[in-house]
Write a protein that binds this ligand. Structure first.
Ligand code: ADP
Ligand code: MG
Length: 532
């Protein structure tokens, strides 16, 4: 017989016919399936030990010798140089999870791995993958309603718990009450404008001091000082001009030599430049602007004239800050200073602009801008890596708080919901027959990988702890009981304040199911080798 790669002889004894390019590799049937499952499970196993507050960290070293230490599932998988196509599909799970929910990446990945492990057992009992896939898909959909039934409505207290749960186990965990409070505050402030868009939270890093000196302010803060010492430190109710170019004498792109034959010509030349800058500044001052924010450089002489006119100017302001200032003060971003002559329309308005020190660093604050209320986090901390780590932890925590705020629904953590769902699925399985029942039971068992992994990572006894957990959920309707990772045994997670957004759990299950199905449905892997 002839296979696609043209191996073997045709029955009539003629030479093989090559359909695919020489060197193409192919595996199919059970072998393809078990290779894919093994690869996907290997990825899941790689991140397993990082789950939960007692999870361990991974040290990732790249080709250049740079080191990242993290226990964030998505980061680990992003940095790992993975080649196997099925393994790459698992990495997609973590990416989707991070984009949709900011958290739960490890959970989603280990759940995919476990669903595949249980499927493999079913396949070895001669249950066809199609039946497994159909059942998994149905169970995945049915679970949504059960999850909704287990969810609690969120309020400010549970939102704080959501933030603290996300910060647990990270180095920011030591200040989780403080940072969690900031997250809830930030989301609530954004919510007053109707829509929570996390891109509107500005973070200014001020190295020095302690992390608990960090604060959330309703101002735009520029990590810059005013560009001339004679400029005022504060300006009340100024009109604000925003310019995305430099305030310099115009230069041409071309190289040109100017031949000067008479010393007077030099003076005339310089006077002309001075005159040009003075006119520019006069235009600016004439427009009524008392504060100037410039994306590029300002000429020293122009700074001098601006200072003389009592204008507070800031130069070399990053584009993102320029955009935030335009949004909040209502100023247009000018790219031609000719436009200032158009009058007030292009200027913005602010309650107060002042330069003040954050620790040792001078910064310019724009308080009470007229258009919208800005939200800026001034992050403090002893060293640059520490401040950056706090920022990453803040990003995740404020993300989950925004998700919980948006949906208004949270679930208890610590594996409690997974154990409850597992029990409920076992009950559903009782109503089914044969292969479908076996697949539903396999799904129910797979869900237990979350509490089991929390137990293992906490160094507790898996057999005893899982027995206690299962017995509880089989005999009790209180679904809040999960793994007490600190002391062993069970703990009421709503009392312990371990909450996560409903969306994190629902999405983790959804993408785990989708990926497991996608991998199970493959029975043929044909890979062409690159011709070098
Ligand atoms: P993921 O990448 O999936 O978010 P994490 O390492 O952040 O993984 O761990 C999240 C898991 O840890 C969740 O199942 C969560 O409920 C659990 N968890 C967090 N804090 C606690 C706690 N204090 N006690 C028990 N479980 C916790
Ligand atoms: Mg997490």
């Amino acid at each position: 017989m002839l296979d696609l790669c043209g191996r073997g002889m045709q029955p009539n004894g003629q030479a093989p016919v090559f359909i695919l390019r020489e060197g193409t590799e192919r595996s199919h049937g059970r072998i393809a399936q078990s290779n894919n499952i093994a690869a996907a499970r290997a990825v899941a196993d790689a991140v397993r030990s990082t789950l939960g507050p007692k999870g361990m960290d991974k040290m990732l070293v790249d080709e250049g010798g740079d080191v990242i230490i993290t226990n964030d599932g998505a980061t680990i998988l992003r940095e790992m140089d993975i080649e196997h196509p099925a393994a790459k599909m698992i990495i997609e799970v973590s990416k989707t999870q991070e984009q949709e929910c900011y958290d739960g990446t490890t959970t989603a990945v280990i759940l995919s791995g476990e669903l595949l492990k249980k499927s493999e057992e079913l396949i070895s009992k001669n249950i066809h993958p199609t039946i497994i896939c159909d059942t998994f898909r149905k169970v995945g959909t049915d679970l949504n309603a059960i999850i909704d039934g287990l969810a609690h409505n969120s309020d400010d207290n549970t939102l704080l718990d959501v933030a603290k749960t996300s910060l647990t186990g990270k180095s920011a965990g030591s200040i989780k009450d403080f940072l969690g409070g900031i997250c809830v505050d930030a989301v609530n402030r954004l919510a007053t404008s109707g829509r929570v868009d996390l891109n509107e939270i500005m973070v200014v890093k001020a190295v020095g001091g302690e992390a608990i000196d960090s604060e959330l302010v309703s101002s735009v803060v520029l990590d810059k000082e005013r560009c001339h010492p004679n400029m005022p430190l504060t300006v009340e109710s100024p009109r604000v001009l925003i310019y995305n170019n430099s305030i310099m004498v115009q230069t041409t792109e071309m190289d040109a030599n100017i031949q000067i034959t008479d010393p007077n010509q030099i003076t005339a030349f310089l006077e002309q430049e001075e005159e040009y800058l003075r006119n520019l500044v006069n235009d600016i001052v004439g427009s009524g602007a008392k504060v100037v924010v410039c994306q590029k450089e300002i000429d020293d002489l122009a700074k001098h004239y601006l200072a003389k006119a009592g204008v507070l100017a800031v130069e070399k302001v990053p584009k993102s800050d320029i955009e935030a200032l335009s949004r909040t003060t209502g100023a247009s971003i000018l790219n031609n200073l000719e436009d200032v002559k158009a009058g007030e329309d292009v200027l913005g308005q602010c309650g107060l602009v002042e330069e003040k020190k954050v620790g040792e660093l001078p910064m310019v604050f724009f308080h009470d801008p007229q258009e919208s209320i800005p939200v800026t986090l001034i992050l403090r901390g002893g060293t640059v890596p520490f401040v950056e780590e706090i920022e990453r932890a803040f990003d995740d925590a404020v993300g989950v708080v925004s998700v919980a705020h948006e949906d208004g629904k949270v679930l208890t953590g610590g594996g409690s919901v997974f154990a409850a769902l597992s029990h409920k699925l076992h009950e559903v399985a009782q109503t089914q027959n044969g292969r479908e029942r076996m697949a539903t039971e396999a799904f129910a068992e797979a869900l237990l990988v979350v509490p089991l992994t929390l137990v293992e990572n906490a160094g507790l006894d898996p057999v005893d702890e899982m027995m206690t957990l299962r017995t509880h959920h089989a005999s009790n309707d209180n679904s809040a009981y999960g793994v007490n990772v600190f002391e062993g045994g069970l703990a009421d997670m709503s009392e312990a304040g371990v909450f996560e957004p409903k969306r994190v759990v629902a999405q983790a299950i959804k993408s785990a199911v989708e990926t497991a199905i996608m991998i199970l449905r493959i029975d043929d892997v044909i890979s062409s080798k690159k011709v070098s």
